[in-house]
Design a protein around this ligand. Sequence first.
Ligand code: NDP
Length: 486
Amino acid sequence: MNNVSYLTAYLEHSKGEHKQGRPPVSGHNIIVGDQMDKAIKSVYETVKARDPNQPEFHQAVEEVLDSLGPVISENPEYIDVVQGMVEPERVIQFRVPWYDDEGNLHVNRGIRVQFNSAIGPYKGGLRFHPSVNQSILKFLGFEQIFKNSLTGLPMGGGKGGSDFNPKGKSDSEVKRFCQSFMSELWRHIGADLDVPAGDIGVGGREIGYLFGMYRKMANEFTGVLTGKGLSYGGSLVRPEATGYGLVYFAREMLATKGKSFDGATVAISGSGNVAQFACEKVLDLGGKPVTMSDSSGYIYDASGIDREKLAWLQDLKNSRRGRIKEYAENFDGVEYTESKPEPNHNELWSTKVDVALPCATQNEINGAEAQMLVESGVTAVAEGANMPCTPEAVEVFLENGVLFAPGKASNAGGVATSGLEMSQNSLRMSWTREEVDQKLEGIMVNIHKNAFETAEKYGMPGNYVAGANIAGFLKIAESTMAQGIL
Ligand code: NDP
């Protein structure tokens, strides 16, 4: 029997049971449970068979499907939603030709994955990095569906980007690339259709160039991108939002154990947008950040990265576009360690800390590195990046009672504030810094509460992975069924 006919048979069976409104009896439950597991597994097998070369996407799907058993058990008809959800509504791929300063032609690839619009326009960042491919963008787009749902705002899931590497390029090269990229993307996006934002390699500068080109091509000024500059429709606190939101979420997690950031030592990886503002908020709450990194290596500053040093680092990274190594050369008593040859890895996670905030990229903490954190007594790990912990690492944290927050919950502050930017653009007004920060904090507290309570309700107390996946999924499933469209 192929996957579809298996599922059809399964659904016939489960819908029949449902209509009769019979309470599950134990023997029956076991049969349904077994069939349900098979149905979920068959969805995963189909995903793998269809795109065998997309490991990051498989990883993201598997993690979500692993959590959904109890929900499908309660609502067998939701298996249809699951089956539809793992296939993007649309993937657009296009050529991006541009000339460098010497007049040489380069041809990059642009992609936009419009994954799911059940609860609102597609929404998700653009990533410019040489590693970008469909697998990475589909994993990010898939995660984005749940994240956006968790914010409580009406935003669907999408993600896009290019294998262009902005590192080492001049301003005018970056501008020419962005203009070429948008000269195609503009026809596929819109304020009520798809609203991209920044991600790795796409910051304020790139959003400005992209927005300018959109405005020219579409001949309209609308809130089609978020993360815009304040002078042309951006929101206060958007740059800070992901990092701040992450720390608000981690604060709520720590509070469930009667702990706080006050006096806590904190390991942060990355030194980009998310890492910088996570560091700032940790300082606001009385914590002591001791590490930061880039793809070349990491610094350990035992005396703590204070506000003055953070400001220096922000200038290094955002204006001078330098390397983290220079931090160790500039300040006394700082150790610098180069990355291991294995991509994304270094000994940063052997540092003894109370809280770990991975804010660089996917799969940067593996099982062995998670074990090192456990052995040094870490209390909480909250993902600032998307999927920085491998499935093995997550298992190690959960088995050892470490508070663990998946990125789709803990880093949702960025997209939540993008949602607030969209609202301000639609209203043609702007809120004060305090107003936006208060709304952001409220959203993060709610996401924490929702994930925490959902995990408890489904019999997995303290498991934020399951809580976030289930809570995010339920809203999509209800909307999809109500609209009668998969
Ligand atoms: P930035 O480009 O501003 O910073 C990325 C940081 O991670 C840099 O320090 C970079 O070092 C490092 N990094 C990137 N790739 C690698 C790698 N392969 N190995 C080791 N280090 C690496 O990006 P953001 O801070 O915006 O994003 C960081 C993470 O947070 C990403 O996973 C992103 O998807 C996620 N995120 C971002 C949001 C946002 O609002 N910006 C929202 C939600 C999630 P180097 O400079 O050497 O490349």
